[in-house]
Design a protein around this ligand. Structure first.
Ligand SMILES: *Cc1c(COP(=O)(O)O)cnc(C)c1O
Length: 409
């Protein structure tokens, strides 16, 4: 057990040691506490736990020691090196959920009620877009979409719609990798007294820390880069207002019932320990793939924030350590060429999802964004021939060879 007072300099160490708790049985790794409930020695002790003066857990839908370690590790990573308004080290609280969608539900339901409006942008994760426009819409919470990369359009939307309560952004966004300037958008949101939540799934806290800016909530689908090995679905909601997080957000989390399970939390904790190593490799491989495809005659265009041709290249470089492990590209020859290419792959995995150690290749128009009408998705840049790639940590020569033989075969 690392001493909690030890000041770790980098996220590699925080990923390994951050959030860990000593175990009463001296287990090196936090065990999987597969227990629905936790006993009391006395009625008095039970009362103290319910009153909150004794923090020992009570019932696993409300929290579990295996969840706690995963939550503390993510919170330590997102807060690392940042300070609060008083200049003290930033403290965050995280709630680990059964899925990203469950964490997103807690985020929206605990902050919004009928009549409130969410301001968001084009090109969101398909599930987020549908949650907003279908589920929340039916419950009277409306969504306004604007190009939030443009400060004039963003401010106009805020000015014209006093019912907006929250700005929800995804940067980089799925699958176009559009980036939103966190400094610009949080300055505007503060002026209009709006809450800001950021989906940081594509970047991870290693590449980008939204809490550096005036962001209220950070969301992750932990299914992706944080877990890294594709072993579990999960999601986390982090907030800087500790009393809100321990109060209403926790209450809604407990009542909506989207809690994680201890086995998935255990897998997530082990996966996160290699975050820095994996991300460095994902990013360097993605850059090499982008440069290779950019020059390939079968490719119409490559969308990667690390390339100068990406419209948000400067914003990505301003707020991210590296441009990330995700890229998209369009083949000459549209859908047919895309299908042939995908069928010829021999190393890369044909699958949706992202952030696993192996390279995943998918076709958003027919897969992740199939639920969104064609005209609408094209407006967001998701064309029929677009291929999305989550670049893995394999040896780069092998990834490039698989791409070459699939494009030229
Ligand atoms: C996967 C994903 C989600 C949803 O998370 P699940 O874990 O699948 O429920 C939300 N946002 C982004 C950016 C994602 O990639």
């Amino acid at each position: 057990m690392a001493n909690k007072q030890f000041k770790m300099t980098g996220k590699g160490s925080v990923a390994v040691h951050g959030g860990n708790e000593p175990d009463p049985k001296y287990a090196h790794l936090t065990p999987i506490y597969a227990s629905s409930t936790f006993y009391f020695d006395t009625a008095q002790q039970g009362m103290e736990r319910f009153a909150g003066s004794d923090k020992t857990q009570i019932y696993s839908r409300w929290g579990n020691p295996t969840h706690t370690v995963a939550e503390q590790k993510i919170a330590a990573l997102e807060a690392h090196g940042l300070s609060n308004e008083k200049g003290e080290p930033l403290e965050l609280k995280a709630l680990l959920h059964a899925s990203g969608q469950a964490a997103m539900t807690t985020l929206f339901m605990s902050n919004l009620s009928a009549g409130d409006v969410v301001l968001t942008h084009y090109s969101l994760y398909g599930g987020t877009q549908e949650l907003l426009t279908k589920v929340l819409h039916e419950n009277g919470i409306l969504t306004i979409i604007a190009d939030l990369r443009d400060p004039i359009k963003a401010e106009k939307a805020m000015q014209e719609n006093p019912a907006i309560k929250m700005v929800h952004i995804e940067t980089p966004a799925n699958p176009t990798l559009q980036c939103i300037d966190l400094e610009m958008i949080t300055n505007l949101a503060r002026r209009y007294k709006l809450l800001v939540s950021v989906d940081n799934t594509f970047a991870t806290p290693y590449l980008q820390q939204p809490f550096r800016y005036a962001v209220d909530f950070v969301f992750h689908s932990t299914t992706k880069f944080l877990n890294g090995h594709g072993t579990a679905i999960g999601g986390v909601l982090l907030g800087r207002d500790l009393s809100f997080m321990a109060g209403k957000a926790w209450k809604w989390y407990a009542l909506l019932g989207g809690n994680a399970n201890p086995f998935d939390a255990y897998l997530l904790t082990q996966g996160m320990k290699t975050l820095e190593l994996r991300m460095d490799r994902h990013c360097s491989n993605a850059m090499a793939v982008a440069q290779y495809l950019e020059k390939h005659p079968a490719i119409e265009k490559v969308i990667y924030t690390g390339l100068k041709s990406h419209p948000d290249h400067a914003v990505a470089m301003k707020q991210m350590r590296h441009p990330g492990g995700m890229l998209s590209y369009e083949l000459k020859g549209g859908v047919e060429a895309g299908k042939k290419f995908i069928d010829r792959l021999q190393l890369c995995t044909r699958a949706v999802s992202l952030g696993t150690v192996d390279t995943l290749i998918s076709h958003p128009a027919s897969m992740s964004h199939a639920g969104i009408p064609k005209a609408e998705r094209e407006k967001y840049g998701i064309t029929d021939g677009l291929i999305r790639m989550s670049v893995g940590i394999e040896n780069i020569e092998d990834i490039l060879e698989d791409l070459r033989q699939s494009l030229e075969g």
